[in-house]
Design a protein around this ligand. Structure first.
Ligand code: ZN
Length: 340
């Protein structure tokens, strides 16, 4: 074999290898390159195998050249693979990272949103009011004067007993504040925290949430109340539930009613949740008492209206099938993670 030919071949291999490696951008390409030039059947081995074909005295010189090329290629390979790995690592930084846990909405927030959305559909507006109230808004304006038995039942946390500043026992004071500011007709819902002197147990909490509604206008009658509440309860619990209105008493409505729905746990067959009656009491309502209208300067001969109120926790417990009210306030992540 001619010396010139083998020397040419060596420099061709070098040129080809250098040219190729410039185009390679990933580890897979590098592996292919390595096999082609440095592999067992690669070009370096193939040219080494030609050594016996050349004159013996020239073999050491040619052997050196081949070895030097081999070293060059190994160095090239090591440099390139290092660079590619670094780039891939850098690229990895743009991969989506581990998402931080962002938490979920509290079940009470979820149920409040669901409930308000239903009333929004019927055109109700939403209002809020102070949680610290005075005796007038919390009791008196709502036709619950000093001597009224309902007052002691609801007696509450007084912040200032002398001035009768207290934590509101219901959201109804918001209704009075709205009526003082607005002229009928209107329909609003009020939602917020309320406070009562109840010991904490599976079904009572000294802090809880209420949602109340009020619709006032000309010729608002009991069938309107039934229509609004029926639509609301069917939307919330499904149209297959049965709804029952029974006579009741509240100082600020006349007539008053309690509304029950067929038990959603046993479908009305009777279970421990519904006390084996098949029905669950869910809210109180009635036509606004004429005295309440007089208290805010409305003429009960000209306007009528209805009001209703319900405990948000109670609705959430039924809807999410939660049997202990305390879960809502314990911030137990295992409980909260199940929502939202
Ligand atoms: Zn039941």
């Amino acid at each position: 074999m001619e010396i010139e030919k083998i020397l040419n071949e060596i420099s061709e291999i070098e040129n080809e290898a250098k040219k190729m490696i410039k185009e390679i951008t990933d580890e897979k390409g590098m592996e292919e390159w390595r096999i082609k030039f440095l592999g067992r059947k690669g070009k370096i081995n193939s040219i080494t195998s030609k050594l016996p074909q050349i004159p013996q005295e020239l073999r050491p010189e040619i052997g050196k050249r081949i070895n030097s090329l081999k070293k060059t290629l190994i160095n090239l390979y090591n440099e390139s693979i290092k660079k590619i790995k670094k780039e891939e690592k850098f690229e990895n930084l743009s991969f989506p990272g581990k998402r931080p846990k962002i938490g979920t909405l509290h079940p009470l927030t979820l149920i409040i949103r669901e409930m308000t959305d239903i009333f929004f559909k019927m055109g109700f507006g939403i209002v809020t009011g102070p949680e610290i109230e005075n005796d007038y808004y919390n009791f008196e304006a709502l036709n619950t004067p000093e001597y009224h038995p309902a007052k002691s039942f609801w007696d509450t946390f007084y912040l200032n007993e002398k001035e009768k500043i207290l934590l509101r026992t219901h959201t109804s004071p918001v209704q009075i504040r709205v009526m003082e500011r607005m002229k009928p007709p209107f329909k609003i819902i009020a939602v917020g925290r309320c406070y009562r002197r109840d010991a904490l147990d599976a079904s009572h909490s000294p802090v809880f949430h209420q949602m109340e509604g009020l619709m006032v206008g000309k010729d608002i009658r009991f069938p309107h109340l039934k229509g609004v509440l029926t639509y609301f309860l069917h939307q919330l619990f499904g149209s297959e539930i049965k709804i029952k209105f029974s006579p009741s008493y509240f100082p600020f409505t006349e007539p008053s009613a309690e509304v029950s729905i067929s038990c959603i746990i046993c479908n009305g067959k009777g279970c421990s949740t519904c006390g084996y009656t098949g029905y669950i009491e869910i809210l109180g309502c009635g036509m606004v008492h004429p005295q309440v209208f007089r208290n805010v300067g409305y003429d009960p001969e000209k306007v009528t209206g209805f009001a209703f109120g319900m405990g948000v926790e109670r609705i959430a417990m039924l809807k999410f099938k939660i049997d202990d009210i305390r879960y809502f306030y314990q911030n137990d992540i295992r409980f909260l993670n199940q929502f939202g």
